[in-house]
Design a protein around this ligand. Sequence first.
Ligand code: NAP
Length: 299
Amino acid sequence: MLTGVHVVFLGGDARQIEVFQKLSELDASVTLVGFDQLSNPYHGIQRKSLSLELLRNTDALVLPAVGTDEDGRVHAIFTSEEITLTEEDIAALPKHAVIFTGMAKPYLSKLCAKHRITLLELFERDDVAIYNSIPTAEGAVMMAIQHTDITIHGAEIVVLGLGRTGFTLARTLLGLGARVKLGVRRPEHFARGVEMGCEPFYLTNLAQQVSQIDLLFNTIPTMIVTAQVISQMPNRAVLIDLASKPGGIDFRFAEKRGIKAMLAPGLPGIVAPKTAGRILANSISELLNEVTRSRGDGQ
Ligand code: NAP
């Protein structure tokens, strides 16, 4: 239970609804900032404006998936007001306060380090990344269906990277009957690819593997699908980049060749905000429980 813990939510999207409802059920005292256009009356949950007074009485501050931009602006879809988290705001938090976000830009990381406020980036956690890979893979399939005129069943598909997202996606595509070629750099990932029923290859040979593909999904967050690789692809190929911005595909060259290529960020929040919110809610409530328990133990 989170009795006596004051959690402030600053901006965000539909995912935060799941999170604040769960924390409220666990008896946390919840305050929302930047949710004035959310019509549901949530029992026992307060709405306030951002103020230093509020922050001085905060035990945990929950920010959106991307905490702030590089100027401190907070993405908030349920308000028309612009919300900015300033250095003065961070400095006002009590030293025991914890900030939760999906991932932090250097602006937020630096301010938290400077003012010794604990910053927990949930998307860095293995468990959250693995749970999130499920809606991500479903969203990737949705994009493939929307942008092709063939079935995934029987398609020749390259998946680049066998990390948390690549693994779930490759298995999902195999389950749908695709022929999955898996680009990896480690022998153990090559072996895993064989075990899964994919056709693994080393990334050094990428350009030789793409001449017959229908689709390519990239999960590697570095430039990997270069102009040289794209020049070997058939025109029908559709390239979907799941890696975070700027992705790993040479979009300029793909466009020049008339090959459809797109970045597909934030899929869990788009295709399954409720599930994505539950994933965050579970993780935040577990972490808050740990923090409050360790404080109770006097650590
Ligand atoms: P991950 O578990 O770290 O997997 C990354 C994969 O990329 C690993 O297979 C890794 O290989 C490979 N890799 C990294 N750098 C490489 C390089 N220089 N050369 C070759 N391979 C390289 O990460 P993840 O959780 O799967 O996430 C992958 C990307 O998708 C991230 O950018 C993440 O932010 C993004 N993402 C996007 C969405 C969305 O909605 N679009 C959702 C979730 C995640 P090794 O194991 O050999 O290092």
